[in-house]
Design a protein around this ligand. Structure first.
Ligand code: AMP
Length: 399
């Protein structure tokens, strides 16, 4: 079933209407100021699409995992940053101290066409995550039209992503959510070939569902990060003290037996006795028993970069760092791969990069957001979608 987006509704339907937009402004805030603001900037197309058509835009988000209201998890600094971002236009951006209740309703009643109001953190009310019906009704009461532009939280059945959405007659996807769903759907149904998947990170169990769908579709599945060591162990390579997911070893063994010809694994590693070890060693093949692999080695980097960055067109999906990239000595694999993905983009590939870590890796590599076809902010949601799991926040938009 198709989802309707904000551009599917006639422009005249927005004039003077209150539009509730679920966004993901779950950004890092320290000392009252926003750090990386990509999640805010990426909502601008949706926000400005609506304000230009005379809508009163009511933005709702969560921030962190608060246990009741707290200054630390307030969205007020986000409202300030949003104001700076849209500052050059005449739009008015305000902040409401709560997300429901008479004071918020009063604030909304004073909005003019084209105004923006950011509500306080939805999770200050535990009813948000509980998808509580009364809370849903209070959110539903605030607006005439519902829009979801927060793909990254759409795998959750929360009030703002599901229960409240159900109460609106008009439920639409924001431009980002639609773009993300389109890219991910293309990957599992009709990928542009050659289709290459790069999977890294540590938690194999989070990625198995997605891998099950991607392995049959992809032309190459390139594994890095700690995840690679479980694959290598399954092949009989000695992995020393590297992080292994023994529970999923049987699954990995089966995947190798079925799709081994398209799975690429590291052949050398940056190994150390511990993550804080200052003297790291490049190891080829087996890893000594008292050492662990923390990054892919130079030979592997060259092979992976050539596979990803060379050639015209195709499609690349990347989720998860190639090593423990937070530590300088183990960041080279991830940084070089990020640059190769940018090269693939310049050579005409469609590239989709997902997960919070991967966004951080792009930054470290100096790869700009416009050197990737789509930067997905939804790590968990992206993997769930690819695994074919139910996405309540997307399903509710299908009509
Ligand atoms: P995930 O959430 O599964 O994508 O895992 C991301 C984490 O994996 C990052 O914090 C990395 O530091 C970690 N990681 C990647 N490669 C390795 C490795 N070889 N050994 C230990 N941790 C790793």
């Amino acid at each position: 079933m198709a989802i309707r987006t904000i551009s599917d509704l006639e422009d005249s339907k927005y004039a003077g209407k209150r539009v509730f937009v679920r966004v993901d402004f779950n950004v890092s805030v320290s000392n009252g100021s926003v750090g990386e603001d990509y999640r805010i900037r990426m909502t601008i197309p949706t926000i400005e699409y609506l304000t230009k058509r005379g809508a009163k835009v009511i933005l709702a988000s969560h921030l962190g995992r608060p246990d009741g209201p707290s200054q630390k998890n307030s969205l007020e600094p986000v409202a300030r940053r949003l104001k700076e971002i849209v500052g050059r236009s005449r739009m008015c951006v305000r902040f409401a101290n709560d997300c429901i209740g008479p004071a918020v309703e009063n604030e909304i009643s004073q909005m003019n066409a084209g105004d923006i109001l950011l509500l306080e953190n939805l999770r200050f009310h535990k009813e948000e995550e509980a998808n509580d019906l009364e809370f849903c009704k209070k959110l539903g009461h605030l607006a005439d039209i519902y829009v979801n532009d927060a793909f990254s939280t759409s795998h959750r059945k929360h009030a703002s992503t599901y229960g409240a959405a159900k109460l609106f007659d008009t439920r639409l996807a924001g431009l980002n959510l639609k773009k993300e769903v389109d890219y991910l759907s293309m990957m599992v149904t009709n990928p542009v070939r050659p289709f290459k998947v790069l999977l890294g990170g540590a938690k194999i169990k989070d990625k198995i569902g997605a891998l099950e769908h991607l392995l049959p579709k992809a032309d190459k599945v390139i594994i890095g990060g700690a995840a690679a060591y479980t694959f290598l162990k399954a092949k009989g390579v000695r992995t020393g003290k590297s992080l292994i997911d023994n529970e999923h070893l049987p699954w990995v063994t089966k995947a190798l037996a079925t799709y081994g010809d398209k799975i690429m694994l590291p052949t050398d590693h940056v190994a150390a006795y511990s993550p804080d070890d200052k003297s790291v060693t490049m190891v080829k093949g087996d890893i000594p028993d008292d050492m662990a692999g923390f990054d892919i080695g130079n030979e592997t980097i060259d092979r992976y970069s050539a596979e990803v960055g060379i050639g015209n067109g195709g499609m690349v999906f990347w989720n998860g760092p190639m090593g423990m990239f937070e530590v300088g000595a183990f960041a080279n694999g991830t940084i070089t791969i990020a640059k190769s993905i940018a090269l693939a983009y310049w050579r005409g590939a469609k590239t989709l990069v997902g997960g919070g870590d991967t966004l951080e890796a792009l930054k470290k590599a100096g790869v700009a957001e416009n050197e990737v076809s789509h930067v997905s902010t939804g790590g968990g949601a992206t993997l769930n979608f690819l695994a074919g799991d139910e996405m309540p926040g997307v399903a509710i938009l299908e009509q």
